[in-house]
Design a protein around this ligand. Structure first.
Ligand code: ATP
Ligand code: MG
Length: 425
């Protein structure tokens, strides 16, 4: 009986026919961020569990029920990273990148959360995150938005996403607000879902983020945070909006937008789409001025965002952006023992002379006919044929696979100039 092993639930393979679109997305993101002067940082996939508990907060979905946590062989509690901000700040403090400096950083890679898998929600998923440090003003908040907008536009997604913004104020303002909503939700206690009832004591702000439709109805009439934020926070938000207006960025103020993570303050934003069903947030971010000191660093203002790559890929696919590049420009057929010996050598000299050319060399033998089939399937424009005759006479045959140009046999030493004539025009 066959007993094959399958992938872990909620963890997907990204197959060869999907990777070109992924690469297109990743390259576009990397180019835009580099062009805005942001530097890439890479940190481990595993961190001490304590880091996430302290930064994300004990009473959050992520820490309560979504982390992949295990003891290593020394008995230390470690976790697969559920997001990147905590590790980025940890690395920044540890390596002295934050003290008296400004940083504009980005990272990309897999994140892990033990959630119920569904479309747009996986247990291993990928994020690109951007984090800035040492920059206090709303100008950086606005720049983050402008970077996103440029990205959407380069990806052809500007019509598929829209921006929602809000201000969470400072922690003190939230403490006052917290009292108000505890009062309000206590009055509606029986109508709340069980999770939200529990949160009322532990983390009432999270009720605002509930996905339960009945709870959402109660949330719709809850007191507004904007009525409680300080004048300074209101001023920051006002300036932020003015910068967006000045650059013609469209947005909607969503007074009930809160972030799932506890460390945010003042500006928060989400880019949302209607095209992906329930999993509509493709990018989320804001300021997290308290986090660096919370993790033991000197107080450092910070702002950033994280994008969900699977959701962006799904959007690109929905928008019809398939990046199916042909596997090869040129397919080298080698028929017969003598040709086989010479084939690899010839391929090397073509790769040397034309490093940009996608040349696929046939391996594994087989009849001329079966090799021709593979050449055709590869999407190559031309087949280069080397058979017994060609080896004997030191020639090559060039056969055009997509255009009606007659096939021709040329002397081997003329090969590169012929290929250049075909591909470099
Ligand atoms: P959600 O409300 O959808 O659970 P979140 O608030 O938990 O999102 P963040 O922690 O802000 O998400 O992560 C930033 C982005 O990463 C999200 O907007 C989303 O695009 C993506 N993301 C988060 N969790 C997942 C997941 N399990 N699978 C795929 N993408 C995800
Ligand atoms: Mg979540």
């Amino acid at each position: 009986m066959s007993n094959t092993i399958q992938a872990v639930r909620g963890m997907r393979d990204i197959l060869p026919d999907e990777t070109p679109l992924w690469r297109h997305l990743e390259n576009t993101v990397a180019t835009v961020l580099t062009n805005y002067g942001y530097q890439e940082i890479r940190f481990p996939i595993v961190e001490k569990t304590e880091l996430f508990k302290r930064s994300i907060g004990e009473v959050t979905d992520i820490v309560e029920k979504e982390m992949y946590t295990f003891d290593d062989r020394n008995g230390d509690s470690l976790s697969l990273r559920p997001e990147g901000t905590a590790a980025c700040v940890r690395a920044g403090i540890e390596k002295g990148l934050l003290y008296n400096q400004t940083q504009k950083l980005w990272y990309s890679g897999p994140m892990f959360r033990h959630e119920r898998p569904q479309k747009g929600r996986y247990r291993q998923f990928h994020q690109v995150g951007v984090e800035t440090f040492g920059l206090q003003g709303p100008d950086i908040d606005a720049e983050l938005i402008l970077i996103c907008r440029r990205l959407w536009s380069l990806l052809g997604l500007e019509k598929n996403v829209s921006l929602e913004i809000n201000s969470l104020g400072q922690p003190e303002a939230r403490a006052n607000y917290r009292e108000k909503i505890v009062e309000y939700f206590s009055e509606h206690f029986d109508a709340l879902d069980a999770d939200s009832q529990n949160r009322l004591k532990s983390n009432p702000m999270r009720i605002l983020d509930s996905k339960n439709p009945d709870t959402q109805k109660i949330v719709a009439n809850s007191p507004l945070l904007s009525d409680y934020i300080s004048e300074e926070s209101a001023e920051h938000f006002q300036q932020f909006k003015e910068y967006l207006d000045a650059s013609n960025v469209e947005y909607r103020i969503n007074p009930r937008l809160v972030r799932g993570l506890d460390y945010y303050s003042n500006t928060v934003f989400e880019w949302v789409t209607q095209d992906l069903g329930a999993q509509g947030t493709v990018c989320a971010g804001g300021r997290f001025d308290a986090l660096v000191s919370y993790l033991g660093g000197k107080p450092t203002p910070a702002a950033g965002f994280a994008m969900g790559m699977e959701r962006l890929i799904a959007l690109l696919e929905a928008a019809g952006s398939t990046k199916l590049e042909p596997l090869a420009d040129c397919y080298l057929l080698v028929a017969g023992a003598a040709a086989q010996a010479k084939g690899l050598q010839l391929a090397e000299s073509i790769h040397n002379s034309m490093p940009q050319l996608k040349l696929l060399t046939h391996c594994g033998g087989g009849s001329f006919k079966s090799q021709m089939k593979k050449a055709d399937k590869s999407g190559a424009r031309i087949a280069l044929i080397m058979g017994e005759d060609e080896v004997q006479s030191q020639t090559m045959t060039i056969k055009h696979l997509r255009e009606s140009i007659e096939q021709k046999t040329i002397a081997e030493y003329q090969l590169i100039e012929n290929l250049q004539a075909i591909f470099e025009h």
